[in-house]
Design a protein around this ligand. Structure first.
Ligand code: PA5
Length: 346
């Protein structure tokens, strides 16, 4: 099935594959969208990136990548309010691809009341209007994509925004990662046969099992991205979890619960893991392997960013091929739309 290009296109009716493959070019286009803006000049004492679903992943990836490089805290927020510490010294980045997400709009109103320095990231909708009417900078992204497919725009908007406000320098790493993604995606495209295509192989492994993705250090947001991509593209239940936290609780369930055999556990690995992490993952793989199917994904790339994006991008392709195996069109998200309709238009 996965080596039959015609069948792949028959399932992928709205061409999600093209959206996924556009990630490197999205990174190219973003810098100029950010550099033409008039951004807040004074140094903030904290950064909060608010967004939901597909629009939340960019902020979480940035937090995992840059927390260690920035001198001020950066928080990824997936709620409709801001924490008490948010105030005039907070840079509040409000991300909603559609611009119409209830929680993100509520956060923006909250940030306004708190006097935060707001920057919007959106392709339009009410968020754009709000930014314009209150004279806040707004990074305006090209419209017409599924939010999760705009990850290149969303992630690099935040990265370049932090660079433009002089909080961190990302330029070289972004350029290197962009070229690297372009190169590695060739190994995962539809015309590469399953026997040589890691994304197709992992999709087959997940076909009959419930995926659970384990991240650690720089790979926690990446693990979440795998989970959400599998949920939305393949319309499949999946969860993510973290090492070492899982060794303090979940591992008991794995040791005793016979339902463990229904899962496939994917471990996101890095050859530069410290010894403690390496041992924790090794023990977890051994213990889970007694029940679940386990698989280790090894990041490639020279910089932390490249390795994070390598592991993330592979997951995007895996979720796509899993959708094909399940015969579901990856693009539409009817259940999400139904919830929005029922909850917000009530
Ligand atoms: O992927 C999706 O469609 C969702 O997860 C959306 O991203 C989420 O509902 C939030 O919408 P938006 O990204 O437009 O703010």
């Amino acid at each position: 099935m996965l080596d039959d290009i015609k069948k792949i296109h028959a399932v992928d009716k709205s061409n999600m594959l093209a959206v996924i493959s556009s990630l490197p070019s999205q990174i190219d286009r973003t810098k100029s969208l950010v550099s033409r803006l008039d951004l807040p000049k004074q140094n903030p004492s904290s950064v909060i990136v608010s967004g939901m679903g597909g629009s939340s992943v960019g902020g979480e990836l940035i937090r995992d990548w840059l927390s260690d490089k920035m001198h001020i805290p950066i928080m990824a927020n997936r709620t409709s309010g801001l924490p008490r510490f948010a105030g005039p010294d907070t840079l509040a980045i409000m991300v909603s691809y559609s611009g119409n997400t209830h929680e993100t709009l509520a956060c923006t109103e909250h940030a306004l009341r708190r006097g935060c320095r707001i920057v919007g990231v959106t392709s339009g909708g009410r968020l754009e209007k709000l930014c314009r009417s209150r004279d806040f900078p707004c990074i305006l992204l090209p419209p017409g994509m599924p939010p999760r497919g705009a990850i290149g725009y969303l992630f690099s908007s935040i990265a370049y925004l932090l660079q433009e406000t002089a909080l961190v320098r990302v330029e070289e790493d972004m350029r290197e990662a962009r070229g690297f993604l372009e190169e590695i995606q060739h190994g995962w495209t539809a015309n590469v046969e399953a026997k040589n295509n890691e994304a197709k192989k992992i999709a087959k492994l997940l076909e009959k099992r419930t995926p659970i993705i384990y991240g650690h250090t720089f790979y926690n947001a990446v693990a979440r991205r795998w989970k959400t991509q599998i949920n939305e593209n393949a319309k499949t239940l999946a969860w993510n979890s973290e090492i070492p936290e899982m060794t303090h609780n979940e591992i008991e369930g794995w040791a005793r619960d016979s339902r463990g055999k229904k899962f496939a556990a994917i471990f996101l690995r890095d050859r530069h893991e410290n010894n403690v992490t390496r041992n924790q993952v090794k023990v977890a793989v051994e213990m889970l392997g007694k029940k679940a199917k386990t698989h280790e994904v090894w990041a490639q790339g020279t910089t932390i960013l490249s390795r994070m994006l390598h592991n993330m991008y592979l997951g995007d392709y895996v979720s796509f091929y899993l959708a094909v195996l399940k015969g579901v069109d990856p693009m539409p998200v009817h259940a999400i739309q139904e919830v929005k309709k029922k909850v917000y238009s009530a």
